[in-house]
Write a protein that binds this ligand. Structure first.
Ligand SMILES: *Cc1c(COP(=O)(O)O)cnc(C)c1O
Length: 412
């Protein structure tokens, strides 16, 4: 398993079986997310191999479908949750509470109440990122395991919108963290301080390993100062290649750099990747509905849009796109602007992308859609959410219907 997993450090869009995807699209319609749980397990195994002594947890927010959660749970990873809803999903998917951490970012009262009531029976870790949150947690009688989120003062990320490490909304300022931990031990006697946590942002790559290393170093220093901790979590953010010529993350060098920067510490190192586990385990299949030549470009309208896959509109993210139609090879390549059905100028998957001259009802497949794809989908413009299936054709989540759009309204 290990050597095989290592050999396939990334699954490129070209490696997905076109005939299989076409068959699934015929059966289930489009837009359609296709997930490969085996690939999730391979990614999990590769991470565990690279970080053999670390606590490896999955940041649920990248993809919370039951199928993904079960694949990750059976791989032995923990669950890093950002909301009460994610805690509930993790428990429902079978993660033992001991392997669940809930990181409360400005938590609404309702989230705290749910999590604290579950903590009567389930021994998970609650991470606070502000002393205010600590007060609110103690007022509600929390008496379980506690972790303090630290703002490490260094950020990293592929886009300013995903850089968290130096954004003041996340975590207790680094300079104050040791004092906060000391006073928790002295004054908040009901809780058990077990860890500290930081997350720099998304998109650790060969290029910005320096900031990752600095974050880990600072957390090691702080952990040694505080002492007697079970773990020090240094976040996720392990990047994946979105461009075809981009090399995969050199996981072994990231692991070695992490170990070295961590230094000698009794607390267990903890990492919590999201994207890395699921990005290349999912694709999005969509159908061409419009081909419109204009003076500027050829506009190719598809039946998926920013409500199906938000990343291009939100982050200017690049996703590879491939034509699935079998006779494509005979066609001349042309530059296309690939757009969705939403009435927003930002509803564009790619502005200038070369494709074999598209014709109506071609199927296209969008790569690396397993992370932050379905998870960020919405019903904006009253578009029902797409279906999600596995490569072997099981339905993970059914397609929403028009009547699902008004299901929650009370007066119709
Ligand atoms: C989003 C998030 C992660 C995972 O980020 P990825 O880029 O998907 O690896 C990890 N930890 C925290 C606290 C997060 O908010």
């Amino acid at each position: 398993m290990s050597s095989k997993a290592k050999a396939n450090r990334v699954r490129r869009l070209a490696e997905w079986d076109g005939q299989q995807l076409r068959g699934l699209a015929r059966k289930h319609g489009t837009p359609l997310y296709v997930l490969d749980p085996d690939r999730v397990r391979e990614n999990a195994a590769r991470l565990r191999d690279a970080f053999p002594n670390a606590d490896v947890s999955y940041a649920l927010k990248a993809n919370t479908t039951r199928t993904v959660l079960e694949a990750i749970e059976t791989s032995g990873l923990g669950a890093e949750c950002a909301s009460a809803g994610e805690v509930q999903r993790a428990l429902a998917a079978g993660f033992p509470a001991e392997r669940i951490r809930y990181t409360a970012v400005n938590p609404p009262d309702r989230d705290l109440e749910y999590v604290i009531s579950r903590s009567q029976t389930d021994d998970f870790v609650l991470t606070i990122g502000a002393t205010d949150t600590l007060d609110r947690v103690l007022e509600r009688g929390y008496s379980g395991r506690l972790c303090v989120r630290v703002n490490p003062g260094v950020g990293a990320g592929h886009h300013a919108k995903v850089t968290t490490g130096d954004a003041p909304q996340f975590g207790v300022p680094y300079d104050r963290a040791a004092d906060v931990c000391t006073s928790i031990r002295k004054e908040a006697t009901g809780v058990d301080l077990v860890g500290i946590h930081a997350h720099a942002g998304s998109g650790i790559s060969g290029d910005d390993l320096a900031s990752h290393r600095e974050l880990v170093r600072r957390m090691g220093v702080l952990g040694r100062e505080i002492g007697a901790l079970d773990f020090i979590a240094v976040g996720g953010g392990f990047g994946v290649p979105y461009y075809p010529d981009e090399p995969p993350l050199a996981l072994d060098s990231v692991a070695a750099a992490t170990r070295k920067a961590y230094g000698d510490c009794d607390a267990q190192l903890a990492i919590e990747p999201g994207r890395y586990l699921v990005a290349d385990a999912g694709v999005l299949v969509t159908t061409v509905t419009t081909v419109k030549p204009t003076a500027e470009t050829t506009v190719v309208g598809v039946d998926a849009g920013m409500t199906t896959l938000l990343r291009p509109a939100l982050y200017d993210a690049h996703h590879e796109i491939r034509t699935l139609t079998p006779d494509r090879d005979g066609r001349e390549a042309m530059s296309c602007r690939i757009v969705g059905p939403i009435c927003e100028t930002s509803d564009v998957f790619a502005r200038d992308r070369s494709l074999p001259a598209p014709v109506r009802s071609d199927q296209l497949v969008v790569g690396n859609a397993g992370a932050y794809g379905y998870e960020m989908s919405s019903q904006y413009n009253s578009r029902p959410r797409p279906a999600v299936v596995t490569v072997s054709g099981e339905t993970v989540s059914r397609r929403e219907t028009l009547s699902d759009l008004t299901r929650l309204e009370q007066n119709n």
